[in-house]
Ligand binder design. Structure first.
Ligand code: IPM
Ligand code: MN
Length: 355
């Protein structure tokens, strides 16, 4: 009897529906090759949910996600919903979903494919061989801190971390480092912020339980600079919600395009798998988006949520092979391309490489 996995599917807005379609195509292919089935449970979030139900995170999605083995998500947001009150905006739906699912650990790998060393704005010798894992705290910090308020003459947010929140994300970073190059660089702003000094002290304490892993600390401004100057110095970067948001976008450009980078958000139970890029309203509906970040997120889902390591590797290998053979979407089209693909053609190419 082949296994059946229940996958929650949230297509979202903008290019979301297009890229998710390609990822499902690839999952179906890998399922038939590796003898497993995927049952897709489509759910609404963000702008699509606002249009259909009036709120960005409907009850049906809230209850639906906990009935799945994992959730695959595209992207949300668009100018159409930008003027809504903050708590009704698409982004609030995504934040509420992350919080509801308890996915406090966001893993964002930034890997430079050999085939694309020319695609980055940085010199090939600076980026070739880069393999960084950004471990971003995802359900705390200034994104969620209370109080927060927008008033007529001032506005404020609160950057807050509890001991438990820092401890659990630090442990994840050290465990990941143990399976990699055994180095964690914790990024903060401890020279200015109390919350960062607190973060640093707790991370230092947790590190004692992982004597095989080397811990260093870096201020976030320096880290942004070092990521561009010499990215190869990093193995695992451990950081808070806001700093991780910013640094992972910067790290993505090492790979040549933000359209390549996946992410996995894990924590209490069901995990959430999503590309790190947004809904790209400027190219939505044109069928030209790069689906590789979402396809790669599906590979992370197979690995981390379903423990289907072989199937996950088949997808990763297919992506590498496609890039090696010169298949490119427009965002990376200028670099050693032999065949320029649209979104669905790229999906077909990946499917054809999965044997
Ligand atoms: C991301 C996005 C989100 C974030 C937005 C859309 C709320 O930028 O996943 O990086 O800031 O976390
Ligand atoms: Mn972001």
């Amino acid at each position: 009897m082949s296994k059946t996995y229940k996958i929650g599917v949230i297509r979202g807005d903008g290019i979301g529906p297009e890229i998710v379609t390609e990822a499902l195509k690839v999952l179906d292919r890998v399922g038939s090759v590796c003898d497993m089935n995927f049952e897709y449970n489509e759910m609404l979030l963000g702008g699509a949910a606002i249009d259909a139900t009036g709120v960005p995170f409907p009850e049906a999605t809230k209850s639906g996600v906990s009935e799945c083995d994992a959730v695959l998500f595209g992207a949300i947001g668009g100018s159409k919903w930008d003027s809504l009150e903050r708590h009704l905006r698409p982004e609030s739906g995504l934040l509420a979903l992350r919080s509801h699912m308890g996915t406090f650990a966001n893993l964002r790998p930034a890997v430079v494919y050999d085939e694309l060393v020319n695609a980055s704005t940085l010199k090939p010798e600076v980026i070739s061989g880069v393999d960084i894992m950004v471990v971003r705290e995802l359900t705390g910090g200034i994104y969620f801190g209370q109080p927060r308020e927008y008033l007529s003459d001032h506005a404020y947010n609160t950057m807050i971390y509890t001991k438990n929140e820092v401890e659990r994300i630090a442990k994840i970073a050290f465990e990941i480092a143990q399976k990699r190059d055994k180095r964690v660089c914790s990024v903060d702003k401890a020279n200015v912020l109390e919350v960062s000094q607190f973060w640093r002290d707790i991370v230092t304490e947790i590190a004692k339980g992982y004597p095989d892993v080397e811990l260093s600390h870096m201020y976030v401004d320096n880290a942004a600079m070092q990521l561009i100057r010499n990215p190869k110095q990093f193995d695992v970067i451990l950081t808070s919600n806001l700093f991780g948001d910013i640094l992972s976008d910067a790290a993505s450009m090492l790979s040549g395009s933000i359209g390549l980078l996946p992410s996995a958000s894990t924590g209490k139970g069901v995990g959430l798998y999503e590309p790190i890029h947004g809904s790209a309203p400027d190219i939505a509906g044109q069928g030209i988006a790069n689906p590789l970040a979402t396809i790669s997120s599906a590979a992370m889902m197979l690995k981390y949520a379903l423990n289907e390591i072989e199937a996950s590797q088949k997808i990763d290998n297919a992506i590498k092979q496609a890039l090696k053979d010169g298949y490119r979407t427009g965002d990376i089209g200028a670099y050693d391309a032999k065949t320029i693909c649209n979104c669905s053609q790229m999906g077909d190419v990946i499917v054809s490489y999965i044997k």
